[in-house]
Design a binder for this molecule. Structure first.
Ligand SMILES: [Zn+2]
Length: 267
């Protein structure tokens, strides 16, 4: 079973309903914090999904290193430097090439204040072709996407999650239309896809409403959740607009939206 909790359904510009990127993905009982953007820790704890706070975080995945996807790494590590957390097993960070040097630069600024006191910090740079096994028998597989070409984003990733029973959820990360996303999304049980802007505000490295619609029409995921909505997109009825291209279920996420694979009618 996959539970996909959207803690932040917005992009870089926060609104009351659409804060920057943050996701809590649970695959067969193992939870992952994906893209800890600004405010991610607060929203995770407020969600009730992490009753032990930072002690509930074992694995952090990054799609890329733009601030709206990773700014809460410093608050997370600073919290782990405090003597309060009790967990002692390693905290594991996975992300694209550049993650380790990004962390080294943060250490130049913050020094030992961002060294976890009780836990070893394991940093692993990953890319397409890698499979991360998850404790319950599922996996997370990164795939290349087509975002910006700056040093924080040129190796941007999306993630393909599978549970032990073979159910799948695909997260686009930040990207424009690309073959790798088409492939990953094809036949997915859940596609969580960025829908940054309306067509008339098309921005390089991001998806417009029509581009999301065309992706869904081709890939035919069983269910679609739209995320990373900047305010001009969030103000629209995105589900209806994408629905003009695709007749499957489309949901316009807000902060706190939760999606299950498979669907459980009793939940
Ligand atoms: Zn970005």
């Amino acid at each position: 079973m996959i539970r996909f909790h959207i803690l932040g359904a917005g992009g870089a510009v926060p609104t009351p309903t659409h804060n920057p990127a943050a996701y809590w993905v649970t695959v067969d009982g193992q939870s992952i914090l994906m893209d800890p953007g600004p405010g991610a820790l607060v929203r995770l704890v407020q969600s009730g999904q992490a009753p032990r706070g930072v002690d509930d975080i074992e694995t952090v995945l990054f799609t890329h290193l733009h601030p709206d996807h990773c700014a809460d790494l410093v608050p997370l590590l600073f919290a782990l430097h405090s003597p309060v957390p009790k967990r002692t097993d390693p905290i594991k960070l996975f992300g694209p090439p550049g993650l380790a040097s990004y962390l080294e630069k943060l250490k130049d600024i913050y020094g030992t204040w961002i060294e976890p006191r009780q836990r070893k910090l394991e940093v692993t740079e990953i890319g397409p072709g890698v499979t991360l096994p998850l404790a319950g028998g599922g996996s997370a597989r990164p795939f290349k996407v087509d975002h910006n070409q700056d040093r924080l984003a040129r190796f941007s990733l999306g993630y393909h999650f599978s549970d032990a029973a073979g159910h799948t959820a695909v997260f686009s990360g930040d990207t424009g239309p690309c073959a790798e996303l088409n492939k990953a999304a094809t036949g997915a049980d859940l596609l969580v896809v960025e829908c940054s802007m309306p067509d008339h505000l098309a921005t390089a490295g991001h998806m417009t409403v029509s581009q999301v619609g065309e992706l869904c029409a081709r890939a035919k995921p069983a269910k679609v959740a739209l995320t990373h909505q900047y305010p001009p997109a969030a103000a629209l009825d995105l589900a209806a607009l994408v629905g003009e291209f695709f007749d499957g279920p489309v949901h316009q996420a807000i902060d706190g939206s939760v999606f299950f694979v498979p669907e459980d009618k009793n939940r």
